[in-house]
Design a protein around this ligand. Sequence first.
Ligand code: AMP
Ligand code: ZN
Ligand code: FE
Ligand code: FE
Length: 298
Amino acid sequence: MRIDLHTHSRASDGTDTPAELVRAAAQAGLDVVAITDHDTADGWVEAATAAADAGITLVPGMEISTGHRGRSVHLLAYLPDPTSPPLADELTRVLAGRESRVPEMVERLRRLGIEISTDDVSAAAHGAAATGRPHIADALVTLGVVADRTEAFDRYLGAGRPAYVNRYAVPLELAVQLVGEAGGVSVVAHPWGRGGLGRPDEATLAHLHDVGLAGIEVDHQDHDPATRELLRAMARDIGLVATGSSDYHGTGKVDHDLGCNTTAPEEYERLMELARGAAARSDRVTPVVTSGPATGTA
Ligand code: AMP
Ligand code: ZN
Ligand code: FE
Ligand code: FE
């Protein structure tokens, strides 16, 4: 069983459509893939349809933009009902913040002498539900200002760079609570990487576990081998599920190929068991895991 629990489509800042993403996951030999676009469930229906055709199991999820102690923290949420009102309200706030910062960042770029418009960014976003800095980066690539997304972040878009504008993020513990109430489970993405907790100690992770966090992403390209072993040991001590995933963005992120990191089947089963418990405790109609004909039930 090869399981990849963190991927992005064009619903946010990946470059594949949800159907292309799912087909690519099947092609890469994965048995289970989760679609986890930033702050949106927009790709779920298309991905589920494609999964049933491609013979792969699809776990609907999202990567929620949260904040904790002044840091931006990415929280993977699996199988929540995205229409649960308190969760939906917070996602709407994040998406509104994503939209409103585009003209502000474009204005900053224009003041730096770059001829870019919000239309250029819209064209690069291909109708994404969640607009992100990578779309501004893609517009800069198209205009010939930079060579790739990385150069765009390094020169203009990264935190502390001249075109950077902050946006709303959900308080981390609130997000964990709202995902649980929506019948889903949450996992901190790349805790020691960019958009992570910043070298979290065991007490911090234990506290998050107490407030309902299900797991941490251990095997991720942002973590070196020593970091992975340390995080795996902490997860084991605390009782957190340890996941692994690619954080695939299509051609938008190099060295993040589908299946480059995977989740152990036992860890996946524990996570799905926790999700079933959360779904049963919630009063929400939660989404289903879609199984393709070749893999049977998951
Ligand atoms: P945003 O969602 O607008 O805050 O942008 C964050 C996204 O940009 C994440 O998905 C990252 O993968 C991507 N990103 C962040 N920093 C960089 C960077 N230095 N180079 C390339 N992509 C980045
Ligand atoms: Zn992304
Ligand atoms: Fe992330
Ligand atoms: Fe991601």
